[in-house]
Write a protein that binds this ligand. Structure first.
Ligand code: LMR
Length: 396
C-alpha cells in the first residue's frame, strides 16, 4: 500500500531548525521558524505563564478528558481579548467558539467546516501568504485563488491591486486575511486600507476569515484587534483562527481557538456542535495544558497585567531590532533598499532576495531563513546584526 511513496523535502519553515542545529559554525544565525527569542537566543517560558503553571500543578489533580469544546473559560477569555466585551455581548449567540490544537488546528478545522458546509467554496489567499495556508486548505479539499497584496521590489502593500483582484471573487467566497503582523511580509494594511477591504467584503457578500497568530506584536492587544472587531461587527458571517503560540509563548502546547460568527441569532449551537463533530472525527478533543495555563492568566488580573507587560517587552525588543537591522544595512551601503524592515510589524520581514541569494547566505554564512526571503526578526541580536548585515550586503 505504501511502497510507491517517496521521501518528501523538509518543510520550508520547520525543516530549517534541524539544519541550523546540525551546523557547527559558531557564527550561525537562526532567522527561520517564527518564535520569539531573547538577546541570548532563548525562547523563555513567560513569567505569568510560569506562575499559572505553578498554581495549576498544585491544583489540577486529574488528567481526565476535557470537553470537546476545550478547557472551561478558555475561548471566553480569548474572545474577550480579541473582540472585547462589547462586541462579544453584541454578537451574543451568533458566535460559536471551540478550542483547537494551536492556530494551525483552528485553520484546518475551519477549512473542514467550510468544506462540510459547501465543498465548492473558493478561499482567496494573499500573495504571498504563510507557507502552510494553502496546504492546510487543500488538505480539507478546498480550492483557492490568490489576491495581490505585496510588491517585493518596493516592499509596500498594493491596496488597489488587492481590491482589483478581489473584485473577481463571487458571493460566498472566503477571503483569508492576516489580522495583524502579516506572515511572511510584516506589512499590514493601514486603517484606511482595512476600511476599503471591509467595504468590498460587504458589497460583494464575501466571507472574511481572519487569521490571528500575533495579537499584541504589532501595536498592542486592542490596537491589533481593531480590524477584527470592525469586520466582525459589519459582516453577517466571519471566521477567526486564534493562536496563543506567540503571545503566550505556548508554542509546543498547541493552544488555539476557532470562532465563527453565524448570520442568525441562535446559531451558536449549530456551529459548535458541527465543529465538535468534525474535531471528534479527527483529534477528538484539544490538549488541555496550554489552554489551562492561558485561562489561568486571563482569569487573574495580576497575572494579566504581568503578561501584558511581558508581551509589550517582546514587541518593543523586536521593534528595536528592526531599527538596528535597517540601520546596519544602510551603513553597509544599501541605502533604503531594506528600510521597510524598520517600518513593518510582528516577527517577520520579507527581504527582497532571490532563493539563490538566500541559499548562499545559508551555505556560506550559516544564516538560516526560508527561500522566500522571510526573516524572523526576533532571531536577531545586537551581537549578530553586524554579521547579518554584512552577509546580506555581500549577496544583495
Ligand atoms: C512560522 O510561520 O514560522 C510559524 O508560524 C511556525 C510555523 O508553524 O510555521
Amino acid at each position: 500500500m505504501f511502497s510507491h511513496l517517496n521521501p518528501l523535502p523538509a518543510d520550508p519553515i520547520l525543516g530549517l531548525s534541524a539544519l541550523y542545529k546540525a551546523d557547527s559554525n559558531p557564527a550561525k544565525v537562526d532567522l527561520g521558524v517564527g518564535v520569539y527569542k531573547t538577546a541570548d537566543g532563548k525562547t523563555p517560558i513567560l513569567g505569568a505563564v510560569q506562575s499559572a503553571f505553578d498554581r495549576l500543578s498544585a491544583s489540577e489533580g486529574s488528567k481526565v478528558y476535557i470537553s470537546p469544546t476545550g478547557w472551561p473559560g478558555f475561548t471566553d477569555g480569548c474572545a474577550n481579548l480579541v473582540f472585547g466585551d462589547v462586541l462579544v455581548e453584541k454578537m451574543g449567540d451568533k458566535l460559536g467558539a471551540i478550542q483547537t490544537p494551536g492556530g494551525c488546528g483552528a485553520l484546518r478545522l475551519a477549512f473542514e467546516m467550510i468544506a462540510f458546509a459547501d465543498p465548492e467554496t473558493t478561499v482567496w489567499v494573499s500573495n504571498p501568504t504563510w507557507a502552510n495556508h494553502v496546504p492546510t486548505l487543500a488538505a480539507a479539499g478546498l480550492k483557492h485563488k490568490v489576491y495581490d497584496y505585496y510588491n517585493r521590489q518596493t516592499s509596500t502593500i498594493e491596496i488597489e491591486a488587492m481590491l482589483t483582484s478581489l473584485e473577481a471573487a463571487k458571493a460566498g467566497d472566503v477571503v483569508l486575511l492576516h489580522a495583524c503582523c502579516h506572515n511572511p511580509t510584516g506589512a499590514d494594511l493601514s486603517a484606511a486600507d482595512w476600511a476599503k477591504v471591509q467595504a468590498l467584503l460587504v458589497r460583494k457578500g464575501l466571507v472574511p476569515f481572519l487569521d490571528m497568530a500575533y495579537q499584541g506584536f504589532a501595536a498592542g492587544l486592542d490596537e491589533d484587534a481593531a480590524a477584527v472587531r470592525s469586520i466582525f461587527s459589519a459582516l453577517p458571517e466571519a471566521l477567526l483562527s486564534y493562536s496563543c503560540s506567540k503571545n503566550f509563548g505556548l508554542y509546543r502546547e498547541r493552544t488555539g481557538a476557532l470562532f465563527i460568527k453565524g448570520e442568525k441569532d441562535g446559531m451558536r449551537d449549530a456551529l459548535v456542535t458541527n465543529l465538535a463533530q468534525l474535531a471528534r472525527a479527527n483529534y477528538s478533543m484539544p490538549p488541555s495544558h496550554g489552554a489551562a495555563l492561558a485561562t489561568t492568566v486571563m482569569q487573574d488580573a495580576g497575572l494579566m497585567a504581568a503578561w501584558a507587560e511581558e508581551l509589550n517587552a517582546m514587541r518593543d525588543r523586536i521593534n528595536g531590532l528592526r531599527g538596528s537591522l535597517a540601520a546596519a544595512l544602510e551603513a553597509e551601503g544599501l541605502g533604503d533598499r531594506f528600510g521597510a524592515v524598520a517600518r513593518q510589524t510582528g516577527m517577520f520581514s520579507l527581504l527582497n532576495l532571490s532563493p539563490e541569494q538566500v541559499a548562499v547566505l545559508q551555505r556560506e554564512k550559516s544564516i538560516y531563513f526560508p527561500g522566500n526571503g522571510r526573516i524572523n526578526v526576533a532571531g536577531l541580536t545586537d551581537a549578530n546584526i553586524p554579521y547579518v548585515a554584512k552577509a546580506i550586503a555581500s549577496v544583495a
